[in-house]
Write a protein that binds this ligand. Sequence first.
Ligand code: HEC
Ligand code: HEC
Ligand code: HEC
Ligand code: HEC
Ligand code: HEC
Ligand code: HEC
Length: 427
Amino acid sequence: MKKVVHRNSTSRILGIGLALMLMFSTSLFAQDGDPAKGKQLFNANCAACHNLDRKMTGPALRGVGDKYEKQWLYDWIHNSAAMVKAGDPQAVAVFEEYNGSPMTAFPQLSEEDIDNIIAYAMEPKPEPAQPAAGAVADAGSAGGSSGFSNNVILAALVLVFGVLVVMLYLVNKTLKRIAEANGIEFEKAEKRLPIWKAFVKNQFLVLVSSIALLLIGAYFAYGYMMQVGVDQGYMPVQPIHFSHKIHAGDNKIDCKYCHSSARVSKTSGIPSLNVCMNCHKNIMEYTGEEDLANGYTKDFYTGEIQKLYKAVGWDANNQQYTGESEPVKWVRIHNLPDFVYFNHSQHVSVAGVECQKCHGPVEEMEVMYQHAPLTMGWCIECHRETDVKMDGNEYYEKIHEELSKKYGVEKLTAAQMGALECGKCHY
Ligand code: HEC
Ligand code: HEC
Ligand code: HEC
Ligand code: HEC
Ligand code: HEC
Ligand code: HEC
């Protein structure tokens, strides 16, 4: 009998456990959505007007999933104006609370996207981070730009040293010869020669090392000559540490949001600080991942946003401009000589070349650098290899027919279209 009772209580415990698990899991399922993806979507779409914890153009959004029904949120985010128009009481209430400033409609966001955003908004507020002890605020300035000139100095030193050694040896030899000619006896007493004397005496060693030094010197000198005018890898320190990795990578902000003229004009341009403020009126601090190894702490990043505020004269506490601004002088990285004509829209819009093809993995760059050599050979090589995009481009249809007959090929490279002619790139 005891056994039965025992089994009974076990099964009861099991039963209760199962019920608890179910309850727990349904409450988990009710909160489905991926907060990490949600954060991305939020930063790219909503951060211009919303902050999770602060009232901005729109209300603070933390906990908004508890405030409204799911379906209401879908409808609202897809088209809030329509709901206000239809007279939904909750919608009208918020709309009026915010003085009738309308929210953008986001028909392109799927319900899953919205679930993710809500999941992000439902995350508990993080504890204020402890200021990292001895945070290296200036770690960003340890750029790679000094490496190049270091090499040159090193090469020069090596050369000078080599010449010195050879000269010393020659002087020593001549002195000896003169001494011998004058009949002066050498003191052969020193049994243990200092190491450098032993070295100087060993003609073979001296010869070999001078040759080695000369070769090393020549190698560096050659490398230096070849680099004149080529700035591949150039990575200057910018006045504000601006991370393309964080903006274009982590938060998936489109290149053309900031470099809006790349599509339509010759130059791409650096965005004005007003563009930054579209988002940074609301994004006052950095909450993303840190890279402690390089000193990129949250405090460091937040400090950089403060620099932006200082530059545009934005008082974040009172949410207004102070009128005291100082321009940010971004250091220009890519720079072709004046005698070369290069046009962004020709490549980006007409040819459909991706930014990354010429600028490298920008969305991974914590600090921007020049990826391509920007030499004439580089331009020409791509013109030889790249097919011109003909589809849907009326302008090319006729030319294409004629030229493809001439070359007897289906596809045409940019080169065959005439992109190797000197006059196309040189004024
Ligand atoms: C152009 C500014 C703007 C953008 C961008 C924006 N909102 Fe709004 N949002 C508002 C305003 C303003 C309100 C207040 C209601 C009104 O005036 O329409 C609001 C209200 C809301 C509300 C109701 C909140 C409450 O507490 O009642 C939610 C939810 C919301 N927005 C979600 C989002 C989400 C999600 C995104 C991004 C996909 C987004 N909003 C993007 C301006 C914006
Ligand atoms: C949020 C705004 C923003 C976005 C998005 C952005 N950039 Fe930038 N970009 C800047 C700023 C500011 C600079 C100047 C500071 C620097 O060089 O880091 C810059 C500099 C550059 C430069 C170097 C310019 C020079 O001086 O030669 C290139 C190339 C570039 N961006 C390409 C891209 C590409 C490609 C993307 C998309 C993958 C992109 N950017 C996305 C703001 C942005
Ligand atoms: C489309 C919105 C958007 C625009 C435009 C934008 N940012 Fe940001 N910025 C962000 C987001 C999102 C973060 C990351 C916030 C986080 O993770 O908590 C960020 C972070 C930063 C940071 C800290 C990280 C870093 O890159 O060092 C700085 C500094 C910064 N932005 C400067 C700028 C400047 C300067 C511009 C204008 C050239 C600009 N931002 C334009 C959205 C934007
Ligand atoms: C075919 C190669 C190529 C492509 C594709 C390309 N760029 Fe460039 N980019 C260059 C060259 C070359 C320069 C230097 C131009 C100069 O010095 O006149 C440059 C310069 C820049 C600059 C510095 C400012 C300026 O306009 O001179 C920015 C910013 C930039 N590119 C962003 C972009 C973005 C964003 C895209 C994608 C939308 C893009 N580039 C696509 C080759 C390219
Ligand atoms: C990634 C490949 C690529 C690189 C690198 C590149 N180009 Fe081009 N370029 C193209 C393509 C493709 C076209 C054809 C566009 C079209 O359909 O007209 C083109 C067209 C041109 C044209 C117009 C030619 C014509 O027939 O009207 C000029 C000028 C030009 N490129 C200059 C340059 C210069 C200068 C550089 C180097 C600084 C360069 N390109 C680098 C791909 C490239
Ligand atoms: C696709 C574009 C393109 C075409 C076509 C082109 N060049 Fe160039 N050329 C360049 C670029 C870019 C540079 C700058 C290279 C640098 O700064 O290292 C350059 C540089 C030069 C220089 C300066 C020497 C140097 O290396 O700095 C001369 C001379 C020159 N080109 C002559 C010509 C002649 C002649 C032709 C016709 C056979 C021609 N180029 C066709 C893009 C082009």
